[in-house]
Design a protein around this ligand. Structure first.
Ligand code: GLU
Length: 445
């Protein structure tokens, strides 16, 4: 790392102790930015990096709620409003027991660059709670969401901060959150949340967008080597919203997706995953992957273990951060891997990324490859602002153009800065320069 940047990075780490995922995300971005600071001394003079690493505002709050037996629980809620140089803070809410400030800050930091890369007018933010939705009834989820919004509502708004979903937050939760926001504020403010239901201000393609976008990005990478998804053997991690739609899109392009996972293990289905069955089990029944084995002849379930033990030519990590380490990367490479596109946020550890890059594997980092979700959220905001709703075809076309645009911008930026084919460098520099220019133009804020 450039020594000028290293000094800034060390200060950021020292003043944010214990936030290891945030440290990882900052370090990974800074490693790409040396050449930008050679060309743009004004970024150093304006202390852009120091400002960028300090969120504009961080909100931490108590979320009390009662379960169905009347017992009182207390969770912690977060919203980190990281950067508004390009637009209102934008980013999801994650409900998962692993959530703490370091996770929210890593996600919010990544979101700044991701959102910049989409070319849409959205800043970066993220939030969530250490609440564990697993096994909770609809009524419990509703009471939790209502309590969460009873504090959050005062901090958000269509011109201020626009939350959406992430792990543990889907259409059901956005519905409860929106209902409570409307009730408290007495405003039908569609643009305050994205990921809404289609009959009350949501956008077609938003549910599919992250997974579809990841596959579109991967397809663009493959094209640079004269290849496509047709005939590829694909391994996916996760089995939530992102994974399901990535599997569907990859198979529609002629690939066979042979495996996917959840926190208890993974399934292997050499005939290609039955997306309708997977969606029924995971999205409708909110069940486990063991059910898939029971209902699908020829499929097998492996408890525990790593889905990355399954060989494939394309890997799509769509589960969570740091789910793919250096050893898993080496195994994938030795099994014939040619490309990786990250549907999750920071699923590959830094050593995994090094393994992929040293082996000459096409590697699309999450902040570029999974930007289709938030980009379609921005399309939902556009539709809300104009009180319009677009067709599936039109919206999907916009998503495709945005993903191809992100791919091309990353590729061009990487080449311009002397690292052709390095999408990590392209994404980090491409996102950073846009935000840094806007921050300088807006004065010392
Ligand atoms: N949570 C998603 C992400 O990581 C989507 C955010 C949004 O739509 O605002 O980008």
């Amino acid at each position: 790392m450039d020594s000028r940047l290293e000094a800034v990075r060390d200060t950021v780490l020292a003043r944010n102790p214990g936030e290891k995922e945030f440290h990882q995300a900052v370090t990974e971005v800074f490693e790409s930015l040396g050449p930008v600071h050679d060309r743009h001394p004004e970024f150093l003079e304006g202390a852009v990096l120091e400002r960028l690493c300090e969120p504009e505002r961080q909100i931490i709050f108590r979320v009390p709620w009662t379960d169905d037996a009347g017992r009182v629980h207390v969770n912690r809620g977060f919203r980190v409003e990281f950067n508004s140089a390009l637009g209102p803070y934008k980013g999801g809410l994650r409900f998962h027991p692993s959530v703490y400030l370091g996770i929210v800050k890593f996600l919010g930091f990544e979101q700044i660059f991701k959102n910049a890369l989409t070319g849409m007018p959205i800043g970066g933010g993220k939030g969530g709670s250490d609440f564990d939705p697993r096994g909770r009834s609809d009524a419990e989820i509703m009471r939790f969401c209502q309590s969460f919004m009873t504090e959050l509502y005062r901090h958000i708004g269509e011109y201020t901060d626009v939350p959406a979903g992430d792990i543990g937050v889907g259409g059901r939760e956005i519905g409860y959150l929106f209902g409570q926001y409307k009730r408290i504020t007495n405003r039908y403010e569609s643009g305050v949340l994205t990921g809404k239901g289609i009959s009350w201000g949501g956008s077609l393609v938003r549910p599919e967008a992250t997974g579809y976008g990841t596959v579109i990005f991967a397809q663009e990478m493959l094209k640079t080597r004269g290849q496509s998804f047709d005939g590829q053997r694909v391994v996916v991690s996760g089995s939530g919203n992102v994974a399901i739609h990535a599997i569907a899109k990859a198979q529609s392009l002629g690939a066979t997706v042979v495996a996917c996972s959840d926190s208890a293990g993974y399934i292997v289905d050499e005939a290609g995953i039955d997306v309708a069955l997977l969606s029924q089990i995971k999205e409708v029944e909110r069940g486990r992957l063991t059910e898939y084995e029971a209902r699908r002849p020829g499929a097998s379930h492996v408890s525990g273990g790593s889905v990355w033990d399954v060989s494939g030519t394309v890997a799509l990590p769509c589960a969570t951060q740091n789910e793919l380490d250096g050893d898993a990367a080496a195994k994938l490479v030795s099994n014939g891997l040619i490309a990786v596109a990250e549907g999750a946020n920071m699923p590959s550890t830094r050593s995994a990324v090094s393994v992929f890059q040293e082996a000459g594997i096409l590697f699309g980092p999450g902040k570029a490859a999974n930007a289709g979700g938030v980009a379609t959220s921005a399309l939902e905001m556009q539709q809300n602002a104009s009180r319009d709703s677009w067709s599936f075809e039109h919206t999907e076309q916009r998503l495709t153009e945005i993903m191809v645009g992100i791919h091309d911008r990353c590729a061009e930026t990487a080449a311009e800065y002397g690292a052709p084919g390095n999408y990590v460098v392209g994404a980090n520099i491409g996102g950073f320069v846009k935000v840094a220019d806007a921050m300088l133009a807006q004065g010392l804020i």
